[in-house]
Ligand binder design. Structure first.
Ligand code: PMP
Length: 366
């Protein structure tokens, strides 16, 4: 039997005023404003997980030789808490986020936070900051960011013996400020995000640091996002910035969905896995396989590929309208959001927001 960890609650001495909170919730943007509290749990090899607290959000002190600052042991997760129409707050597939943090930890030689403690930490934070969860019925939700990093001081290169796990939260509106408008993407052949045997399947901070220069290049080319290709041949599509990709072949009830198989160097998205299930529920054929940029271009031009979309927790489902690469540019269909894309988006967001039946038992009351 698991005994729930006792969290010490230290209320914020000066929480945001009701007016300040209302102003932020009226236009939260993405990742700009943090709630009043944060969860903190320490880990040492000898003592395990200790000092679980919900404390006022604020700065943390780190020794300048803390190993995370030098050798980068730092992993994170991202999930949302949704206010439900009947009251209460729920999360979507929280256990999958817990397990993915454990997988990331294993890859980075870090300790695995128990699944129950991960879930409890989020329950505790959402309970303390429940007034920060946006109202039901809209597109907004509370984005929750659990993360863990090495705190042990010292310059020897080895796995640290001490870590801190924190959870912060931020009310979130649309990730892409233009709403459900198709994004333009740049196919990156110069830079790669992750290589076979590397850290691409982990939600590891360094993957994101390594992506920034390519994202800047995409912006220079006039594109919203970068699409990563495989590291060896630079031929097969892996994923987009912080999202996985789906390709729709054909239309109507005969539409087929293809998503790049988990190569070991792309992140196994929870939205990706959920959409494979929801698409199959809706009667579409689904396939996980390699898809090359050549196939993408050829079949977008012939009209066989009718829709392309990206998916992830932050931006949910976003259509991809146009593609640029060193080899040329093309658009997908008329560059507008497609039928299959929007139907899947409605189903997924309906389940998350409590307006559709949760037939797979994906929602957890927090
Ligand atoms: N790929 C990358 C690189 C990501 O950072 C994310 C966001 N976690 C995703 C895909 C989508 O994953 P999820 O659906 O679990 O949010």
């Amino acid at each position: 039997m698991t005994v729930a960890t006792q969290f010490t609650r230290i209320p914020h001495p000066a929480p945001a005023t009701e007016q300040a909170r209302a102003d932020i919730l009226a236009a939260p943007g993405f990742g700009k404003y943090m709630t009043d509290h944060m969860v903190s749990i320490d880990y040492t090899v000898d003592g395990g997980w200790t000092d679980a607290t919900v404390a006022p959000y604020g700065s943390i002190a780190l020794d300048p030789s803390a190993m995370v600052l030098h050798y980068g042991q730092s992993i994170f997760e991202g999930l949302k808490a949704y206010r439900q129409p009947g009251g209460g707050i729920a999360s979507f597939r929280i256990d999958a986020n817990a397990r993915r943090l454990q997988n990331s930890a294993r890859r980075l030689a870090m300790p695995e936070l128990p699944v129950e403690l991960f879930i409890q930490s989020i329950v505790e934070l959402v309970d303390a900051d429940n007034e920060w969860v946006p109202k039901a019925g809209g597109e907004d939700a509370l984005y929750v960011r659990p993360f863990m990093f090495a705190t042990e001081p010292g310059l020897g290169v080895r796995p640290a013996n001490s870590y801190r796990y924190l959870v912060i939260a931020s009310p979130a509106g649309a990730y892409f400020p233009r709403g459900v408008k198709p994004v333009s993407v740049w196919l990156s052949t110069e830079y790669v995000r992750a290589a076979p045997g590397g850290t691409g399947a982990a939600k590891f901070a360094g993957n994101y640091a390594a992506s920034l220069v390519a994202q800047a290049q995409a912006a220079e080319k006039g594109c919203d996002q970068v699409v990563w290709l495989d590291a060896i041949e630079r031929k097969y599509v892996e994923e987009m910035g912080g999202m996985n990709l789906f390709f729709v072949f054909g239309s109507g009830p005969d539409a087929r969905l293809v998503t790049p198989s988990l190569s070991g160097s792309l992140l196994p998205g929870i939205t990706r896995e959920s959409l494979l299930t929801l698409a199959a529920d809706a009667g579409f054929a689904v396939e996980e396989r390699k898809i090359s940029t050549e196939e993408w271009q050829k079949k977008a031009k012939s009209g066989e590929i009718t829709e392309v979309f990206a998916c992830g927790t932050a931006a949910v489902i976003t259509p991809v309208g146009s593609v640029k690469s060193a080899a040329g540019d093309f658009t997908i269909a008329d560059g507008e959001p497609g039928e299959v894309t929007m139907a899947l988006r409605d189903t997924l967001t309906g389940i998350q927001r409590g307006t559709f039946a949760d037939i797979h038992g994906w929602m957890t009351k927090l």
